[in-house]
Design a protein around this ligand. Sequence first.
Ligand code: ATP
Ligand code: MG
Length: 434
Amino acid sequence: AKVIDPGASIVLTKLTEAGYEAYLVGGCVRDAVLGRPIKDIDIATSALPEQVMSCFPRTAPTGLQHGTVTVILSQGTYEVTTFRKETEYEGFRRPTSVEYISDLTEDLKRRDFTMNAMAMDAAGVVLDPFAGQQDLGLGVLRCVGAAEERFGEDALRMLRCVRFASTYGLEVEASTWQALLAQAPLLRHIAMERVRSELQRMIEGPAPARAVRLLLASRLTAHLKKQLPLPFEQWLAWDDALDAVSALEGQHDRWAMLLMLLEMPADTVRTALQELTFSRADCQAVVAVLALCEAVAAQLMSGGASQDAAFVQDPAPLERVWKLGAVRSGEAAARALLRLLRVLPQCTEQRGELARFLQTAAPVLLRRGEAWLKEVPCFSLKELAISGTDLAVELGRQPGPWMGMLLQQLLERTALGEIANERESLLLAARAAK
Ligand code: ATP
Ligand code: MG
């Protein structure tokens, strides 16, 4: 344990000296065995919560109902949980009440996968009753015990299975996968928040395409608590685009690209992300990119500019839509869309409206989009050289909703280069507008 973390080794030693058993358990042991960076450290002990609290001067009762006490040391904080058994699972979720036990192996047995069911003692010796190390050596993700039962006890484990298989590059062992296919419908018992958190971690991880393929193969997305209005099967038709997703950094770009491939209206995607309990900021960042793409594509379809070469011969209409789109959806969305376009055109399989957009507008945007953004003097009302109050005073009008509308109009005209972003020019234009 010393090699993993000096604080953890203090906790283990203290508990052992007091006559209890204590081990590192779960993810930190797995990552230590794999030589990967360790995130949170979990400790399991035979000591009861009160006994843990009496061993250390500073503790916090962070999860007493699960038998968890957080030990606070100058080296860090450590979650210490009494060995326990989860006897009754209710409603296909993990129980809230637990039974304390004295045996480490029993505690490891309730864990989801063999690689997550290993322990390490204070001397750094790995205890591995379910052969997690062997499975890791084989590159296999396997449930502890009877997989169908384990997924039946807690349906979230199926999503964890997909997440671990994709992020750790493991094959799901055959009987574990069969069980997952059989139990997939139970996912509907799991809260959307927990589903979202797993999905986000898969997409942020090193192998988002693999995660998407496993999700589709498992049909887990067909069994969410709330049905999402998104045609996930469409991802199958974008095989090489899926692989391109990992070339994007950060979850916002990745989600935007994945969702773009589904070719649904931005508003529908917004609703789906809200159902998935995406945070407001995450949802906004992703949807803004889709809305911008939609606005540009809509322009492409209308106005007779649908000849493939139209934007090459006369890029002015596209420039206009792009600049307007960038002030409406925001500069961040515009830059994100360019990043997406950089990886998308390399994809060979192209279909439908999105394909048309990619073939016609994308090459021009990739060449000129960045430069066009540089010409935009300001992207938001905050940066505009005039405020709503200025307008009310100068025009001698009562403040009201008209101010926001007029400001937006002025912002868009500065973006198009029709007005300079200077107080006098803006006032002149405002007077002319009213
Ligand atoms: P990461 O922190 O990277 O998600 P982890 O394995 O540490 O991986 P945690 O959710 O932090 O995952 O859980 C810690 C440990 O608790 C796991 O390693 C596993 O042993 C056990 N565990 C967590 N969730 C479940 C579950 N749904 N069913 C059974 N055991 C679980
Ligand atoms: Mg963890």
